[in-house]
Design a protein around this ligand. Structure first.
Ligand code: ZN
Ligand code: ZN
Ligand code: FE
Length: 745
């Protein structure tokens, strides 16, 4: 006979944990109680010592899917009380503010079975859910997590649902969003604001019919509204592009199941695991046949996700195995999430609307990732992951504002950092407004009052201006230093590392734009060991999209005649020779853009980074990985070495003239830069290398460079829990700030 007290920390509330424990204690013939605490649950168990041992040891593997057990502490040898039974003590809600909130989770197998079982009282009911699945973060208005504080508060439970809710042996015990067709939300279909609504399953059937007929339908999801259409007919997809003003960016596809995804793409076992995971990210999968489905994606990957709401499952089916599912938004505005806004703003884009009356409280875009070593490698960490925190070596309540184009913020409390969902480009007013609202929402949900803040050094970033408005001590962190710190924190590193930071743009400490950085340092500071020869951006920001401007500058400075190649050559030459509006940039993204234009792959980008994406795709389409590389030359200036790209530009032009294929040269170009990286890293004297920055979304590089560095004796770290692009920067800013605060004490 023994009595123990067990404290379990992590996401263990609102996820079916107490019923799970209740069953387990019966199995092990234990008595005692369970109650929620501010940071998890507390269990007292009395019974046979070996049964207690078994009970504890099987907790982690048997816990409900949504539960995340971070730590279990056990106090043995308490005096026997003689509990008669096992009690579930009701929670003291005011103390629950530390509790973590679960992300939104896709429909579980049990609910899916019920959804498809005629006679079940939730047969074909599009809002079926249970403690193991359904909406969470996107419907929560406030804590503690309770139905009345979610958008399900508008739907009082019927008698039957209430009974399930109170039945400890039911899968829906204390499932806050639980409902049925009697008491819950209702789906409807309309062609527009003034059209009469079709409700219930007839609405879904109508949407299915119209989709099959080639119409574009707005569909309400978990964190926002999608635009859906057939993906097998290029003319329909291009109509959607036309209406959405989205010329060339790839569209995400929702496939009925993995088998359907395998029609388009290769799906490895590792990718399948992530594709089918209950977080349901959009997974970037390599096309089965290079160069196919160009109307969906102009590069060699297609972003595919599986259905995650019951409504999605009812929408797809035997006769619809895949659909384009792209976020409904107007250019750079945030994703549309309310019915009214959808009916108003999408009236010219969508032919029909499949909506419902359960409000989305918080916007949350689909997450987007590749698979590397069996793990997610994020381009966007959002739905399904947010607002789950990242464990880090933090202790203070802090705010980090992030960057600008791929804005996200972080808040910290104790050992948790809470990265926000994907927010978007703050230059758009609605996006900035959403950023500010989300920052307030997170502070309230997690009860965080920041004592200090961090932001980028760039004075014009709207995130910087927001951080300045907070009225707390503010630390400005150099952009690439923040990238490096983010990747360190992502891998729990301390001390000194080499940061290989390649991205498009970030303000340097010298006032020029950086972006091909080899840094040496840690949270406390850095030395700039290496970079690349700065490139004059003819016309400043215009060169980000008009990438022929970059090509012209690269060619001219390399002594190659560029005059015949580009339309506006005379004007570019004039600006370049007189240095009119030609700010210098050592951004790796710009070098890639320029190379793409020189190789004839693309001369105008319709979105930032397109040149780099297409250059990678051209190399991948070659189907091979040529060994070739160009000579590498550095020059030194002020203690930093700079890679001189002029020799490789000359070689590239010569190879082009000799008729070598652009794809092969694109590969040689990237090989050269990777070799440059290895040389730079040997100059730092550090053993550990962290890779961060948006250029590391290039899978050709991510599949090659780590191996090259390891072969040269380095230990290589990449992002694991946050994105390598600017979305991940807020984590780095926060960790630099924490370091500074500690070193001041
Ligand atoms: Zn379920
Ligand atoms: Zn009901
Ligand atoms: Fe960056």
């Amino acid at each position: 006979m023994e009595r123990v007290r067990i404290n379990i920390y992590g996401i263990v509330q609102g996820v079916g944990f107490r019923p799970f424990i209740h069953k387990a204690v019966i199995d092990h013939r234990l008595t005692g109680y369970i109650k929620n605490t501010s940071s998890g649950v507390e269990i007292e168990a009395e019974g046979d010592a070996s049964e207690i041992e078994k009970f504890i040891s099987t907790l982690p593997e048997k816990a409900p899917k949504l539960a995340v057990i971070e730590n279990i502490s056990v106090k043995h040898g308490l005096p026997i009380i003689g509990y008669k039974d096992f009690e579930i003590k009701s929670s003291r809600t005011d103390k629950m503010r530390n509790t973590l909130i679960s992300p939104d989770i896709c429909i579980c197998d049990d609910c899916l079975r019920e959804l498809n079982t005629p006679g079940n009282r939730r047969y074909k009911y599009p809002f079926i859910n249970c403690t193991n699945c359904g909406p969470r973060f996107t419907i929560i208005k406030d804590v503690p997590y309770d139905r009345v504080k979610t958008s399900m508060g508008a739907f009082p439970m019927c008698h039957d649902c209430e009974e399930e809710y109170h039945d400890i042996n039911n899968r829906r015990y204390h499932a806050q969003p639980d409902c049925c067709s009697v008491c819950g939300p209702e789906v409807f279909f309309a062609h527009g604001r003034d059209d009469e609504n079709i409700t219930g399953n007839a609405a879904i059937e109508q949407a299915r019919r119209e989709l099959k007929d080639g119409r574009i339908i707005a569909v309400k999801g978990l964190g926002g509204i999608h635009l859906a259409c057939r993906c097998d007919m290029p003319e329909i997809v291009s109509e959607l592009r036309l209406r959405k003003h989205r010329d060339e960016k790839p569209f995400a596809i929702m496939c009925r199941d993995t088998a359907a995804a395998e029609k388009l793409c290769e799906v490895s076992d590792e990718e399948k695991k992530i594709l089918e995971s209950f977080r349901r990210p959009i997974t970037l999968l390599r096309k089965k046949i290079p160069g196919t489905y160009m109307h969906l994606s102009e590069n060699e990957y297609i972003g595919i996700m599986l259905p995650y709401t019951p409504l999605h499952y009812l929408l797809l089916g035997d006769d619809i195995d895949m659909l384009v599912m792209t976020s409904a938004n107007i250019s750079d505005e945030p994703i549309i999430y309310s019915n009214d806004e959808a009916l108003e703003k999408l009236s010219d884009i969508a032919d029909g609307f499949l909506l419902h009356n359960r409000d989305i409280v918080t916007r949350c875009d689909d997450s987007l990732c590749w698979t590397l070593d069996g793990h997610e490698y994020f381009a966007r960490r959002s739905r399904g992951y947010v607002p789950f925190p990242v464990r880090a070596d933090t202790s203070d309540m802090l705010f980090a504002a992030g960057a600008e184009q791929k804005a996200s913020f972080c808040l910290s409390k104790e050992n948790y950092v809470f990265p926000s969902q994907h927010i978007g480009d703050l230059k758009n007013y609605e996006t900035l407004e959403n950023y500010e609202q989300q920052a307030e929402h997170f502070k309230r949900l997690f009860d965080i009052v920041p004592a200090a803040a961090a932001c980028d050094m760039h004075p014009d970033y709207l995130s910087t201006q927001y951080a300045e408005s907070l009225g707390v001590p503010l630390l400005k962190v150099q952009h690439h230093h923040a990238h490096m710190a983010a990747c360190m924190a992502d891998n729990d590193l301390e001390g000194k590392v080499t940061g290989l930071i390649w991205d498009g743009t970030g303000l340097g400490t010298d006032g020029t734009i950086w972006g091909s950085e080899c840094l040496s340092g840690g949270y406390g500071g850095f030395d700039r060991i290496a970079s690349i020869k700065p490139i004059p951006l003819i016309g400043g920001d215009r060169a980000v999209k008009e990438i022929d401007r970059v090509a012209f500058a690269l060619l001219s400075l390399s002594g190659e005649s560029a005059c015949s190649e580009f339309e506006s050559s005379a004007q570019y030459a004039e600006m370049l020779s007189r240095s009119i509006n030609c700010p210098l940039s050592s951004g790796m993204g710009r070098l890639f853009d320029g190379a793409a234009a020189i190789l004839g792959i693309k001369d105008r980008a319709s979105y930032e980074g397109q040149g780099a994406v297409l250059l990678e795709a051209a190399a991948e389409r070659g189907g091979c990985r040529p060994d070739g590389e160009y000579p590498i030359e550095f020059y030194e200036e002020g203690g930093t070495v700079f890679f001189d790209w002029r020799p490789i530009i000359k070689e590239m032009v010569n190879d082009r003239r000799r008729g070598k294929a652009a794809g092969a040269l694109a590969a040689v170009f990237m090989n050269t830069l990777m070799k440059m990286a290895v040389e730079e890293c040997t100059r730092t004297g550090n053993e550990r290398v962290v890779l961060s920055g948006g250029t590391f979304q290039n899978m050709y590089i991510m599949h090659t460079l780590p191996g090259m560095l390891e072969k040269a004796g380095f230990e290589v770290f990449r992002h694991r829990r946050v994105s390598c692009n600017d979305e991940g920067i807020s984590l780095g800013q926060l960790c630099v700030l924490q370091y500074h605060l500690r070193s001041q004490r």
